[in-house]
Design a protein around this ligand. Sequence first.
Ligand code: DX5
Ligand code: ZN
Length: 217
Amino acid sequence: MAILSPSLLAADPLNLGKEMKRAEAAGAQWLHVDVMDGCFVPNLSSFTYSTVAAMRKATSLTLDVHLMIEKPIRYVEDFCRAGADYLTIHVEADSRENIRAALEKIRGLGVRPGIVLKPGTPAEAAEEFLPLVDMVLVMTVEPGFGGQKFMASMMPKVTRLRQLLDKVNPSCHVEVDGGVDKGTCRTCMESGADVLVAGSAFFRSEDPEALRILIEG
Ligand code: DX5
Ligand code: ZN
């Protein structure tokens, strides 16, 4: 069984507070917040650190913030101070030195750091960071947009990362993000993921609790 992290990217942007309550009523323990800069990914999102600060005041759910931005070291402090619980940055978004420094900065501010891999990035690219993080996120779509088709070809990477983590950092989560729904959640869990992000399949469903039960039991 795993943890569901509903992605607010698929929620009604004019009613975010109500949407967060709806997720809570469906039994969600986490909320996933996608931050996009129009550079690292070819899209913008309406979420920034001021949104995270407002969310923090409104909920005690775990705020799982996914930064899809270039050179995230510039903004990690703002997101930590805003109240993120987990702050994940892309391994492709800066030099190795700056990624390491950003992860250490997040940890130093009392927030759980995470590293994210795009579909084309091999597990080994994250290897040196595995001892430093509390979550590794494997993208199962190209980052930037909700509602895309799940890439089952990412499952060996999930398993590989789980195996690498079991040696150096066994309590670290492995998260998947993109195209997760009732049909694809099982293969994610069987492959070793223990946190599953779902946007469309949760917020655009008539029965979001059914997906939550399928994932969390
Ligand atoms: C995509 C985002 C995802 C997105 C997932 O870049 O990182 O979190 O919201 O949406 P679905 O679940 O609809 O694929
Ligand atoms: Zn995401």
